[in-house]
Design a protein around this ligand. Sequence first.
Ligand code: FAD
Length: 305
Amino acid sequence: MIYDIMIIGSGMAGMTAALYAKRNNKSVLLIEKESIGGQIASSPKVENYPTIPAMSGMDLSAKVFEQIEDYVEFDLDTVVSLVKEDGVFIAKTEYGTEHRALSVIIANGVKHRKLNLPNEEKFLGNGISFCAVCDGAFYKGEDVLLIGDANTALQYALLLSDLCKSVRVCTLFDKFFADEIYVNALKNRENVTVVHNLASINYLGDDVLTGVEFKNTQTGEIVRYDCKGVFVAIGQIPDNKAFANLADLDKMGYFIADETCRTRTEGLFVAGDTRTKSYRQLTTAAADGANAALAACDYILKLKK
Ligand SMILES: Cc1cc2nc3c(=O)[nH]c(=O)nc-3n(C[C@H](O)[C@H](O)[C@H](O)COP(=O)(O)OP(=O)(O)OC[C@H]3O[C@@H](n4cnc5c(N)ncnc54)[C@H](O)[C@@H]3O)c2cc1C
């Protein structure tokens, strides 16, 4: 089967694109490598999405999915390559499936930035987590570390302080880069301690993570903090190299595209956090999804004339 539109990624951008494509009566395949909702599913609370005063990111994702699930084909797999041959896009997946479509919207978002320390891969999912919403409950009553200094990090620290015995928040610089509301809320938590000016240098432990080693950037002192789990919230980075054969990337690795979401390959669009833009938010991702889908519909219309 050749779909009208194939969408890679089911975050806010991808799901909104699917919604618009279906409203235009197009056949749609949505491919997702992990779980519905993308990044926002790991947010404890969203308060800046129009019409929704406050809701968990997981519930918000489920609500958007409800709007598309009956109309869209879905494949849970990772797209590993994409080519265009004789006007048709062919995506190959990790499990060896080939999907074909006249037009493609890449809405693959960003991935978690890692600390890139020795032992990191070994402890991923086994002591190291990037998502307090998903994994916080595994550390109920335990001592945990939180590495990061911005909104997500502080939201996570607050959530963890409700669950864990203690939360030590470690930042690289001498201050937070988060909204005041989170910084103030953290100050009132008795089981939270904050240590600034720490560069992470090593994860400790043999089979199981037992702690993290840091260097104090001001004094040069090496400090080790014991913990059962460490939550790393130091931002995100793009992951677009697999598609660079068809679309240009900037120095950071984001797709170069404006609000039209067009790329240098006709029929290929990019939407959401994955592209160059000033603000990466749910609303801007949704806007991109709508723009990309409508542009893809125009492209198909011309193609079928
Ligand atoms: C903890 C946290 C809290 C946040 N809070 C807010 C907030 O309160 N308000 C707000 O506006 N924004 C918030 N944001 C930012 C917001 O979540 C993002 O801007 C938005 O979700 C981006 O959506 P997206 O669809 O572009 O990408 P993503 O949400 O990253 O979705 C991309 C999807 O593509 C999938 N994917 C990637 N590669 C492949 C592949 N090769 N094959 C198949 N699937 C693939 C991924 O698994 C993922 O599901 C928050 C972000 C985080 C991390």
